[in-house]
Design a protein around this ligand. Structure first.
Ligand SMILES: Cc1cc2nc3c(=O)[nH]c(=O)nc-3n(C[C@H](O)[C@H](O)[C@H](O)COP(=O)(O)O)c2cc1C
Length: 191
């Protein structure tokens, strides 16, 4: 395993108070392997709608620069996102679009892992394949397996406490985080 701490940053795709994806994200530090430090990314809630005219007139808004810098500094990035209408939530896609235009775009070569919780039975799988595609364009290094699709999430996560009650799901997440640690060491910058 790594001979240094791996700093992993999570980007939550749901702005909702009481978001199941945020609950999963909040559970990750307790499920991470030794040596992996997991924190939340700076928010993208203040990002304007992407418009190249805005970028050209006034540069990158400070919250965009903050998220871009945080992605660049992280050893790895985990997306915790719901699926909206079979795809990436618009706010998250807008955030990725902004960050992707920052010079020396920070997803290039970045180890990325995907997790989704959704009320549908597929658990956000269609969103993940679209997100994976966006990460391909950005030359990110996206972990293939294990995949985390938490379907029927309201039956697997306690909305009151935020606890992931389904132990099989907990086990899959532990396995993915352990695989992600190895992946970062093998494929991340400086490996
Ligand atoms: C605009 C919108 C679109 C949605 N589309 C899907 C969908 O395509 N597939 C799915 O499984 N659930 C869909 N849902 C239901 C979400 O899975 C559910 O609201 C989930 O709790 C959202 O994640 P969150 O709890 O992290 O906010 C949709 C919800 C919204 C608000």
């Amino acid at each position: 395993m790594a001979d240094r701490t791996l700093n992993v940053m999570c980007i939550c795709g749901s702005p909702r108070r009481g978001s199941y994806n945020r609950m999963v994200m909040n559970a990750l530090p307790g499920l991470a392997p030794a040596g992996m430090n997991i924190t939340e990314a700076p928010p993208f809630s203040e990002f304007p709608l992407y418009n190249a005219d805005v970028q050209e007139a006034s540069g990158f808004p400070p919250p965009v620069q903050r998220l871009a810098d945080a992605v660049r500094a992280a050893d790895g990035v985990i997306f915790n996102s719901p699926e909206y209408n079979f795809s990436i939530p618009g706010g998250l896609k807008n955030a990725i679009d902004w960050v992707s235009r920052v010079p020396n775009q920070p997803f290039a070569g970045k180890p990325v892992a995907l997790q989704s919780a959704a009320n549908g039975t597929l658990g956000g799988g269609r969103m993940q394949y679209d997100l994976r595609r966006a990460m391909i364009f950005l030359d990110a290094m996206t972990l293939n397996k294990p995949e985390i699709f938490i379907g029927n999430c309201s039956t697997r996560i306690d909305a009151k406490t935020g606890e992931i009650t389904d132990q099989q799901t907990v086990g899959f997440i532990r396995q993915q985080l352990a695989a992600f640690a190895k992946f970062i060491v093998q494929h991340g910058p400086g490996s």
